[in-house]
Design a protein around this ligand. Structure first.
Ligand SMILES: Cc1ncc(COP(=O)(O)O)c(C=O)c1O
Length: 357
């Protein structure tokens, strides 16, 4: 059997969720959209359900997968509905629904609903992605109340630059949010992972941690609370071939790496078809037989090469950690000029093996 696999540590996941709760004292919706950032939405939800205040997903299809697996906890649709005809199913499945646009508000006003809806009313406080304009916010709130279709409203917004710890934009967004919600007696939800970890002064009855649940830091620099996160996913495989090459020999597609001296090369069963970033350059860290080493040459679809020259104890069959507890996904992300979010979401083909259930 091909040795490539992703080990998912559910104990670490629960630790990270508790950390979000502990540092904020808030209720926390575990963000498990995009198949729990590649970790498997159903097993992740099952592992968290006993302790969580609820989950957040991107769309009704993701929510239905959770309900079909027996998850009964609240599930928030972060973009609400895409078409008004999703509303009956949202009610039937007891889902919570973001309203980010006036057309959604109008659809709710016009819908015939068998039960009132829980709405998270989203403000565009400066990110300019989705969310109501501040001038429309109070009126939208009042219209939802007046519609008689809504049981509860939570006021929410989203930060654009909370991962930049010295950037004033998050404070400016809070100011816009506070002005827009003035006088509205409702719970508030502002904080995503970078804000949970790095912006203790932002008050938020509900927090929405995503990337931190999976143990990766959203920051490009060291941060004290992020240092307490535990990586959840270990992507590993094995060395399936060893080559001794003299100086001046090319390795892999495009001869992107040429041996500067006699070298020992290990070929690993892992490639971009598994989600390993093709753009990871020579030098990207890997762990081989417990020792740090580096990627060499271009990543192929199913294989990649690593340096065994200074690792005499490593050889055929040695275990290789591509990311996990020793090689942080965020370090691989930096090397490949991407973010750990994408590193995780890109995972495919490899079997996921769960522990700590
Ligand atoms: C509205 C909303 N809240 C929370 C999150 C979670 O963000 P993070 O993974 O940075 O914690 C996301 C993710 O994109 C989001 O879109």
């Amino acid at each position: 059997m091909r040795p490539a696999r992703a080990l998912i540590d559910l104990q670490a996941l629960r630790h990270n969720y508790q950390l979000a709760r502990e540092v904020t004292g808030a209720k926390a919706l575990a963000v498990i959209k995009a198949d729990a950032y590649g970790h498997g939405a159903v097993p992740v939800a099952q592992a968290l359900e006993a302790q969580t205040d609820g989950f957040a997903v991107a769309c009704i299809e993701e929510a239905l997968e959770l309900r079909a697996a027996g998850i009964r906890a609240p599930v928030l649709l972060l973009e609400g509905f895409f078409e008004a005809d999703e509303l009956p199913l949202i009610i039937e499945q007891d889902l919570w629904c973001v309203v980010h646009s006036l057309w959604q508000l109008e659809a709710i006003e016009q819908a015939r609903l068998s039960k009132p809806l829980t709405v998270w009313l989203k403000l565009d406080s400066g990110m300019h992605r989705v969310g109501l304009h501040p001038k429309d916010y109070q009126e939208a709130y009042q219209r939802l109340l007046a519609s008689g279709k809504v049981a509860k409203i939570v006021l929410m917004s989203h930060f654009a630059r909370a991962d930049e710890l010295d950037c004033v934009s998050s404070n400016e967004q809070v100011t816009v949010f506070e002005a827009a919600r003035q006088g509205l007696a409702a719970e508030v939800s502002l904080r995503n992972s970078p804000s949970v970890l790095g912006w203790p002064s932002v008050s938020s009855d509900w927090v929405r941690p995503g990337i931190m649940l999976y143990g990766a830091t959203p920051f490009g620099e060291d941060q004290a609370i992020a240092a307490r996160l535990q990586p959840v996913m270990t992507l590993e495989s094995k060395v399936i071939c060893v080559r001794e090459l003299p100086a001046g020999e090319p390795v892999g597609y495009g001869a992107r790496f040429v041996t500067p001296k006699p070298m020992r090369i290990g070929v690993v069963a892992m490639g971009y078809a598994d989600g390993y970033p093709r753009h990871a350059p020579t030098g990207t860290p890997v762990l081989v037989a417990g020792q740090r080493s580096r990627l060499l040459g271009r990543v192929s679809m199913d294989m990649l090469c690593v340096d065994l020259t200074d690792l005499p104890q490593a050889g055929l069959g040695s275990t290789v950690e591509l990311w996990g507890k020793h090689i942080l996904a965020s370090d691989v992300a930096v090397a490949a000029e991407t973010i750990p979010y994408q590193i995780f979401c890109n995972l495919r083909r490899v079997p996921r093996l769960y522990s700590g259930a």
